[in-house]
Design a binder for this molecule. Structure first.
Ligand code: ATP
Length: 370
């Protein structure tokens, strides 16, 4: 490892590229992960997230670019020379050792003293003290994953890499482990880099999410920022559901643009530059749309779109989900919270939709990546 001298104390990736034969899996990636934060690399299968993680771990050699950690250049360092540990989906525990010895393994190999105290503390952190003398096969999947986490954390790495660690668990256990891992990260204060294709998982756990697509980062930010202000149709669709309606910018006054959406004008606050004549997608999340009787005053001030006809209704417990066919032929999704007060509409009823201007976002059509 050599001194990078840039003074950055987190994980810094600069112009990182990995080519396999003629295929570019990771393409000039730049990202900074501040020390002590929880960072998620989120994207569909094949987008290059595992290859990125493997380069950070030293399991894959970059074609070009650099990786520095706490100011040290680790781009070409051997895996064991880096202060990095990885937790995989397959827990890779030693089946013949008990839980205590699985966690103690790294410390014993490095001939550390105070092994017992450290392992005891780590088992407390992952809430497995009572299981210390069991063998891995006697534990549930979630418990085994916590042993794997403890075994990696006890080495006190600068960065802990998590490669789809919850992929083998059922949905309910997955959700509780997400909260559990986040709690552990908060407690130990280490940098976690988590790879997943599950948007809900990334948003639940991470301080910062980077959405990857075809080897590049499409957008990076806090979960709520990405959800509320996606900058591409790919991000809008990957993070939950979006209605995307084609429109053209009519004018812009201060930070509000007026968009002609199939003959209906809507206004959208935007900090980005859009000029008259630009084509765009008006994006609106289904849960931000209000549905009401045609001609009735809806609660939301702002954008009202008349002329809808309900084409599908499904009751899903917390919400009623509608498909509403608009005059221009497109079906829009509307999720209405079941508060017990809202009127439920039936198939064939005429309705109007409405949303507050600040809930919509405007995307450039030219930015379409998918
Ligand atoms: P998944 O969630 O399916 O693991 P991923 O986003 O982690 O996907 P990567 O495993 O990083 O994707 O792979 C990115 C691309 O690089 C894929 O198209 C994959 O086929 C290709 N790739 C990965 N490893 C190799 C290799 N050793 N040789 C050739 N191509 C590879």
């Amino acid at each position: 490892m050599s001194q990078a001298g840039d003074g950055y104390d987190g994980l810094r990736i600069t112009q990182l590229t990995k080519e396999f034969a003629t295929f570019t899996a990771v393409d000039h990636l730049d990202l900074d992960v501040p020390r002590g934060t929880f960072f998620a690399l989120l994207g569909p299968s094949g987008c290059g997230k595992t290859t990125t993680l493997r380069m950070i771990a030293g399991l894959e050699t970059p074609t070009s670019g650099s990786i520095t950690l706490a100011g040290q250049d680790i781009t070409y360092a051997k895996p064991y020379q880096r202060p990095v540990n990885t937790v995989f989906q397959s827990y890779a525990l030693f089946p013949h050792l008990d839980i205590f010895e699985n966690v103690a393994f790294g410390l014993r190999r490095r001939k550390r003293s105070d092994v017992d105290a450290q392992v005891t503390e780590m088992l407390e952190l992952v809430e497995l003290s009572s299981q210390a003398r069991k063998k891995p096969a006697q534990l549930s999947g979630g418990q085994q994953q916590r042993v794997a986490l403890a075994r990696a954390l006890i080495n006190q790495p600068e960065v802990l890499l998590l490669d789809e660690p919850l992929g083998a668990l059922d949905l309910k256990l997955r959700r509780s482990m997400q909260i559990e891992i986040k709690r552990i990260q908060d407690e130990v204060g280490l940098t976690f880099v988590h790879v997943t294709h599950d948007q809900e998982e990334a948003m639940t756990m991470a301080d910062t999410v980077a959405v990857m697509n075809k080897g590049i980062i499409e957008q990076m930010g806090a979960p709520a920022e990405l959800y509320e202000n996606p900058r591409s149709t790919f991000v809008a669709n990957f993070l939950g559901q979006s209605n995307l309606i084609e429109g053209a910018v009519l004018n812009r006054a201060a930070d509000i643009v007026t968009v002609d959406m199939h003959g209906i004008n809507v206004s959208i606050p935007t900090g980005r530059s859009h000029t008259a004549g630009d084509k765009g997608w008006v994006g609106i999340r289904p849960e931000k749309v209000l549905i009401g009787e045609e001609g009735a005053e809806l609660d939301a001030p702002g954008n009202t779109i008349p002329g809808g006809v309900v084409s599908d209704v499904s009751f899903v417990g917390v919400s009623t989900q509608y498909l509403v066919r608009m005059p221009w032929g497109q079906e829009l999704q509307v999720f209405q919270q079941n508060t017990g007060r809202a009127r439920i509409f039936g198939v064939g009823e005429r309705v109007e939709l409405s949303w507050r201007p600040e809930y919509a976002f405007l995307l450039d059509i030219s930015q379409d990546a998918d």
